[in-house]
Design a protein around this ligand. Structure first.
Ligand SMILES: NC(=O)c1ccc[n+]([C@@H]2O[C@H](COP(=O)([O-])OP(=O)(O)OC[C@H]3O[C@@H](n4cnc5c(N)ncnc54)[C@H](O)[C@@H]3O)[C@@H](O)[C@H]2O)c1
Ligand SMILES: O=C/C=C/C=C(\O)C(=O)O
Length: 486
């Protein structure tokens, strides 16, 4: 077994340029989901720490951050990206210790993408223009873009550094100041990120970090704080509803990236080997704990049996194991509570009349840690809870279909609308079907292929707004139209 040489860290808040414990000294334990051992302590913030952080962010907004030229800001942002890459091995190890995900995944996806978020948005900000509108010889209108102000960034535990930087980079590029609230289960990489920001020359108060929980804790305090102008939140749909209500008092601008129950639609004319290779990832990568995972798989009847045969056989080959072991493909689920929730859905699938084709249990020999074999379920009716509710684990259902109309009707029969994948070699059908799926992102013959210029987000109860490229800057900036009488 290969072990990391990086030690876990204790996590403090980062407020106004310095690391600090909670005012009352309160902490909570950070657990390793792969070993069920304690990794260290985390400062437990609440309303007071959030208020200090918001005040610091407000001062910095109108102070040092505003005084920097765009070029100076861009240079600092590029440096943050560079420092993330310099500390890649350490960040990857901390991310895997915190989440239970395989080290190779942290090294190849989470951490490089976190650096790229900074490099991408620091380049992109240079290309942004605003509009000018001339009204005959009467008036000239032009818009200027300004920061929105103090932004709260609230994030989940599944892709901790990737998602924090996906918000932090455009927020900073646009001249805002921020208070970050990482998930309580994964506090370590956000803590290193705060240190990296300081080392890259971000002035005091521009980037603040408060650890803590959601309800009656740092998350609730941030989402209801009257001096926070906007919130970008990624997490569960139910949490989004609570945050929206808390934010209503001060009418904060909101960007929400929420849950999903994403469909994969596989037509019989598609290349089965390609389908299987990608579907293994879209089902089980990161233990199925990616909001974009395709957990409802619909297969055209002619391909149903051949697909299932190969898919089950290949799924059984996936090695579930310790995050730092080289051969591991699937690591540990995030927590005991989540493990109970996911396995509860597997028990429910059996009660609802489903057949477990593979997985459904703890792998032999892994008695400690929240390990679960990748699970494929068939035989469930479309109305079953397991087919309709987000499980957020390595569990998929497979259902046959006979026509485009029928599958589209089933696919859209949900409150969610985040992403989908369509598999077919018929170009017209791909376009026709993609355009009818009620989702913010539709991939054709691929999955999770990202271009950061494109709109990213969900429709229906999977989100509000889009981020990515110009869409991020639409959220993180305010426009003022100036009208000059000629
Ligand atoms: N659409 C996307 O882009 C996307 C990306 C990743 C994850 N997700 C979703 O995230 C969920 C899994 O993550 P999770 O379990 O950490 O989500 P969660 O909603 O439980 O928690 C997310 C964050 O919100 C905070 N929070 C919880 N209650 C709060 C409250 N009342 N007020 C303020 N903050 C509060 C938590 O402390 C955490 O930092 C899944 O539903 C998944 O689909 C969506
Ligand atoms: O779990 C959710 C994945 C979100 C991914 C992104 O936000 C992204 O790729 O920008």
């Amino acid at each position: 077994m290969q072990r990391t040489s990086y030690r876990p860290i204790d996590c403090l808040h980062f407020i106004d340029g310095r690391f600090m414990p909670s005012l009352n000294g309160k902490t909570f334990a950070n657990m390793n989901p792969a070993t069920e051992e304690t990794l260290g302590t985390v400062a437990e913030g609440g309303a007071e720490e959030v208020d200090l952080a918001v005040q610091a962010a407000r001062r910095a907004l109108n102070g040092p951050w505003k005084k920097l030229s765009a070029n100076e800001r861009i240079a600092i942002m590029r440096k943050i990206g560079d420092l993330i890459l310099e500390r890649k091995a350490e960040l990857a190890a901390l991310e895997s210790l915190d989440t239970g995900k395989p080290l190779w995944l942290s090294e190849s996806v989470d951490i490089p993408r976190a650096a790229y978020n900074f490099h991408f948005f620091s380049d992109y900000i240079r290309t942004i223009t605003t509009e000018a509108t001339q009204q005959d010889d009467v008036a000239l209108n032009y818009a200027i873009r300004r920061p929105v102000g103090v932004i709260g960034l609230i994030n989940p535990w599944n892709l901790p550094l990737l998602l924090m930087t996906w918000k932090l980079a455009p927020a900073l590029a646009a001249g805002n100041t921020v208070v970050m609230k990482p998930a309580e289960l994964t506090p370590m990489t956000a803590t290193v990120l705060a240190e990296i920001c300081r080392d890259a020359g971000v002035p005091d108060g521009v980037v603040n970090l408060v650890h803590g929980f959601g309800p009656n804790s740092a998350g609730a305090a941030l989402s209801s704080h009257p001096d926070v102008n906007a919130l970008s939140f990624t997490g569960e749909t139910t949490t989004g509803k609570v945050i929206m209500a808390a934010a209503a008092h001060s009418l904060k601008r909101l960007s929400f990236e929420l849950g999903g129950k994403n469909p994969n639609i596989i037509f019989a004319d598609s290349n089965l080997d390609e389908v299987i290779e990608t579907t293994l990832k879209s089902s089980f990568i990161n233990q199925g704990e990616v909001c974009l995972c395709g957990s409802r798989i619909y297969v055209e009847r002619a391909a149903y049996e051949p697909f299932l045969d190969k898919f089950v056989a290949k799924t059984k080959e996936l090695v579930v194991g310790e995050p730092f072991a080289e051969k591991t493909k699937v690591g540990a689920l995030i927590s005991e509570e989540h493990y109970e929730r996911v396995t509860g859905y597997i028990r429910l699938a059996v009660e609802e009349g489903g057949t477990i084709l593979c997985g459904g249990k703890r792998p032999d020999g892994l008695d400690t840690g929240y390990y679960l074999e990748p699970t494929i379920i068939t035989g469930l009716d479309r109305k079953c809870r397991v087919v309709n509710e987000e499980i957020f684990g390595p569990v998929v259902t497979v259902i046959p279909f006979d026509s485009e109309e029928e599958v589209l009707e089933q696919v859209n029969d949900t409150h969610y609308g985040l992403s989908a994948t369509v598999w077919t070699n018929d170009l017209r059908r791909a376009h026709r079907v993609a355009g009818q799926i009620e989702a913010g992102i539709v991939w054709v013959n691929t999955w999770f292929l990202r271009d950061l210029r494109t709109p990213f987000g969900g429709m229906k109860q999977s989100g509000i707004g889009r981020e990515g490229g110009l869409h991020s800057f639409e959220f993180y900036t305010e426009l003022t139209n100036i009208c000059i009488k000629l």
